[in-house]
Design a protein around this ligand. Structure first.
Ligand SMILES: [Zn+2]
Length: 138
């Protein structure tokens, strides 16, 4: 049994999303979906195309997680924030490379690739995006 429940085939299938913030955008209303869909959940449109979110955005709010599910217990405390990307999509993600005291609502953040967790049995290290205070200017 995998300690953290990482399923390798599922992990690989999810790489475009975790590494590139990739998903599917409705061509009717612009709604962004992280997982493949046949129908837009917002407008019912059926034309969805693969798209990539902007890697830059604004921190809307955040919280420090001190008590987590078993798969993330070893990583507490950690910061989770609600980010609005430059294209207006709202996304929840971990914040890294900062202390909570450095954060404030409305600050610029950018996506970066970091280790998310390590599977106990397979030792598979799962990487994915997190957000950090913006340091790169376009
Ligand atoms: Zn739509």
């Amino acid at each position: 049994m995998l300690e953290f429940g990482i399923r390798i085939p599922r992990y690989w299938r999810g790489k475009p999303f975790r590494y590139r913030l990739e998903g599917f955008r409705c061509e009717e209303c612009g709604e962004f979906h992280f997982s493949p869909r046949l129908v837009c959940r917002k407008c019912g449109g059926k034309r969805l195309r693969r798209d990539k979110l902007s890697e830059r955005g604004r921190l809307i709010c955040y919280t420090v997680v001190k008590s987590a599910s078993p798969s993330f217990e070893a990583y507490t405390p950690y910061i989770v924030g609600l980010i609005q990307t430059e294209d207006g999509t709202m996304i929840v993600g971990q914040l890294t490379d900062c202390d909570p005291e450095e954060l404030h609502e409305g600050m610029d953040v950018e996506a970066t690739i970091r280790r998310l967790q390590t599977d106990g049995e397979s030792r598979l290290i799962a990487y994915g995006y997190k957000f950090r205070p913006a340091i790169q200017r376009p």
